[in-house]
Ligand binder design. Structure first.
Ligand code: FAD
Length: 482
């Protein structure tokens, strides 16, 4: 953005938001130069922190009037560079719109603002017998608006589904500043399912300013277990046996030896440091069914070669196990200064093959890789450890990441299970989809976002007026400065 435009626009923004909601000093913008994808950085020219839909509308209209690109941001935990202001522009951070507006327990829905931190809704509902089911591991920080934009999953996705299965309606500010209400609290609203279309659009259709979410009855009973295995292959065999037996656990998470080591150092839970892998398995439902399923699961794990299967004997122990799992990424800080979390999917039966490939790729590029993932879904999260001050390490991380994602495709999977495409995986889109499919997606984006000002150069290869044109980059995830 030119200095002249920046100056004039800032003057106009001052009429919309308070001084403390308008950031433009370099040291303030520095905080917003990247999200959880630290490989690529670019500070926005201005950051705004609106507190109402009306302010969002006025900000968007000004961006539209000045022809300036803008990008919405929640908590900035995206691991795919979703919030990166490619080429600069205005960032609209929704974190001050964090109210729970209404809760209708008997109708099982709540209305929330987009900046509400995911776990705050479940905490608010504690004691009512209900909770908000989508639970990304980042739920202590990420916002429900960000979850909607990326269609987040989480450990309990296996049984309860992803964000789109829990969103009934949205209020959105479109890129020209108009407001639309999509869906609504009643099931099966007639007309096109625009709510479903908006969920997962990664900020490329407009800005979500209100969300009607489904709330879910708490299960009557849980059983949480930790299966300890000598090898990843044994653990994977147990997963196949459990699913093959017709049991759908509420969660089925795998952690390999590298993660176990980091977690034990951080939480002292008593994880076995010499185990090849552990499975965190949870079943929930009626007492009688969970008791039976837990019994079967122990037997199936033992049949697959488990060294032992521990049960969480108390709610405190269950909470601690989940705390370990959900803070696994944080614990990695003990292993390396930076990390890049990949997000691929393979058919469950291909897990041993992809995990062997990950180990081999890490060795070839001399990059340490540890794994923690939603194994029940076949959703892998290899975590590549590196030091971002070393360009050569970054290049090797990118090469290994590319290879791993390419292998997921070769095995019949996908390059993202839940983190989205962002800027990081944009060059994989034409490997995943046929040109016609991409053209349909570009047309849909054009319908919402005809000037391309909202979240430009995200998710799809650049959409020109007449179709797709690929972005040339030195490696995937390097277009920020352009
Ligand atoms: C430690 C860790 C663990 C994670 N675990 C999981 C996991 O288990 N499952 C999972 O799915 N993801 C996970 N993630 C990724 C990330 O937390 C999710 O993608 C999350 O939904 C992002 O939410 P956010 O508020 O941080 O959004 P941001 O990172 O701020 O934004 C993400 C995207 O949403 C867009 N956006 C944000 N708010 C809005 C809005 N109001 N309207 C329109 N667009 C908007 C942004 O432009 C961007 O494209 C994890 C990340 C970390 C760091």
């Amino acid at each position: 953005m030119s200095t002249v435009i920046q100056h004039e626009l800032i003057g106009r923004f001052r009429e919309v938001v308070d001084d403390d909601a308008l950031l433009h000093a370099p040291e303030e913008l520095f905080v917003y130069e990247c999200d959880g994808y630290v490989v690529e950085k670019k500070a926005p020219d201005v950051v705004l922190l609106p507190t109402s839909t009306e302010q969002v509308v006025r900000i968007v209209k000004l961006c539209h009037e000045f022809g300036v690109p803008f990008v919405p941001r929640g908590a900035g935990t995206s691991l795919a560079g979703g919030c990166l202001p490619v080429g600069g522009g205005v960032m609209i951070a929704l974190t001050r719109m964090h109210r729970i507006l209404d809760v209708y327990l008997r109708d099982r829905y709540a209305v929330v603002e987009p900046g509400l931190v995911n776990i705050h809704l479940t905490r608010h509902l504690k004691g009512t017998g209900y909770h908000y089911a989508p639970d990304p591991s980042s739920q202590g920080a990420c916002t429900i608006g960000g979850n909607v934009a990326t269609n987040s999953g989480g450990p309990h996705t296996l049984k309860y589904g992803v964000t789109v299965n829990h969103v009934l309606g949205l209020e959105v500010v479109l890129p020209d500043g108009s407001v639309a209400e999509l869906g609504g609290p009643a099931e099966d609203v007639p007309g096109y399912d625009l709510t479903g279309l908006f969920v997962g659009s990664e900020g490329t259709f407009g800005i979500v300013t209100k969300i009607i979410v489904r709330i879910t009855r708490d299960p009557a009973a849980y059983r949480t277990m930790l299966g300890v295995f000598e090898t990843v292959a044994d653990a994977t065999r147990a997963i196949s046996k459990i699913i093959g037996a017709g049991i759908v656990p509420a969660a089925l998470e795998m952690m390999d030896q590298g993660i176990i080591e980091a977690l034990e150092a951080a939480f002292h839970f008593g994880f076995p440091l010499d185990a090849g892998a552990v499975l965190l398995i949870e079943v929930d439902g009626l007492e009688v069914s969970v008791a039976d399923e837990a019994h079967q699961i122990v037997k199936l794990c033992e049949d697959a070669g488990a060294r032992e299967v521990r049960r969480a004997d108390s709610d405190t122990e269950r909470q601690l196990l989940w705390k370990c799992r959900k803070q696994a990424f944080g614990a990695i800080g003990r292993l390396s200064p930076s990390y890049c979390t990949q997000d691929g999917v393979v058919p469950r039966t291909k897990l041993p093959e992809i995990l062997d490939f990950i180990t081999e790729s890490g060795a070839r590029h001399n990059i340490r890789i540890v794994n923690v993932f939603h194994a029940g879904d076949g959703n892998i999260h290899p975590i590549l450890l590196f030091d971002e001050r070393d360009e050569d390490q970054i290049a090797r991380v990118m090469k290994a990441s590319d290879e791993i994602l390419g292998k997921c495709l070769e095995l019949g999977g996908s390059v993202t299970g839940e983190h989205g495409i962002g800027v990081e995986k944009i060059n994989f889109m034409d490997k995943l989809f046929q040109p016609n499919d991409l053209a349909v997606m570009a047309d849909v984006r054009m319908a919402f976002n005809p000037d391309g000002l909202c979240s430009p150069r995200k998710m799809l290869p650049t959409a020109g007026a007449c179709g797709m044109e690929s972005i040339e980059r030195s490696h995937p995830g390097k277009q920020a400065a352009s």
